[in-house]
Write a protein that binds this ligand. Sequence first.
Ligand SMILES: Nc1nc(=O)c2c([nH]1)NC[C@@H]1CN(c3ccc(C(=O)N[C@@H](CCC(=O)O)C(=O)O)cc3)C=[N+]21
Ligand SMILES: [Mg+2]
Length: 310
Amino acid sequence: MGDGSSAMTMILDGKVHAERMLGEVTAAVEARAARGLRPPCLAVVIVGDDPASHVYVRGKVAACARTGIRSVERRLPADTPQAELDGIIAALNADPLVDGILVQLPLPAGLDSKRALHAIDPAKDVDGLHPVNQGLLLEGLPGLRPCTPSACMNMLRAHGVELKGIRALVLGRSEIVGKPMALMLLEQHATVTIAHSRTRDLPALCREADLLVAAVGRPGMVEGSWIKPGAVVVDVGINRVEDPALGEVIFAADPGKMKTLREKGGVLCGDVRFQEAAAVAGAITPVPGGVGLLTIAGVMANTLQACQAR
Ligand SMILES: Nc1nc(=O)c2c([nH]1)NC[C@@H]1CN(c3ccc(C(=O)N[C@@H](CCC(=O)O)C(=O)O)cc3)C=[N+]21
Ligand SMILES: [Mg+2]
């Protein structure tokens, strides 16, 4: 192909799969309207002024508009007291017109995110982070499941990736991606390993993986030489790289990214060195244009699910 990736490498396009998922949600919202039912409604709570968080929330609000889901935004200053956040969550829990509640993470220092997540009505917990929903996932029962891993599973299914009996490596053990992803892969009969910052001999372990899911938030940590030839690589990391010295290392095979970094002063990069990995992998998700878009589609799907279940 001349771009460093082999002719056999499939780029798993997050936009294609996100569009498909959003289309399904739109059709279901229209079917509700045809039966005289109100649209689903998502409430997004955003505290403070983290610019990345505002970009993500804008993406979610735009996806709501596209699918016909109502959205309400609660913007709170960074110094909001916990009691006030608790009160806002309680009011959204009690509001019969609100189906889904999403508290954008991370919360500013001084606010207890566990406490906020535990305060959300599990039936409205579209992030799937309430212990009741985590427990249902652990039991293999239906419930609201974290959007990023469930949308990744949806993409892998649509792509016909065989999971039964394969070796899957999940790099990262967060509540929102790593742990639930591992459980969902296990449910599909993959042999799952969870690796993390303390794992020994990580490159060798990665080289055994038929499916590698990277979710650590460390730009370009996974090198091309870590990938098993033909493996499926799902890159959940979304990192902004501004340091040209770091760029020279992780974009050695990617002059395009290096050029963007120089011109724009920064560039988005996954946890995987895309060009290096694409030369070895059978299929790989890009960043941007991969899992981030799927995550938003997953939020819409969960909001619909929460609405239908009421
Ligand atoms: N309670 C909660 N739930 C979340 O689901 C949640 C969260 N908090 N906090 C932050 C992370 C991150 N996240 C993303 C959503 C969309 C893109 C996305 O659309 N990314 C675009 C690029 C966006 C850009 O240009 O920055 C892409 O990958 O192509 C990325 C990341 C949701 N998160
Ligand atoms: Mg870790």
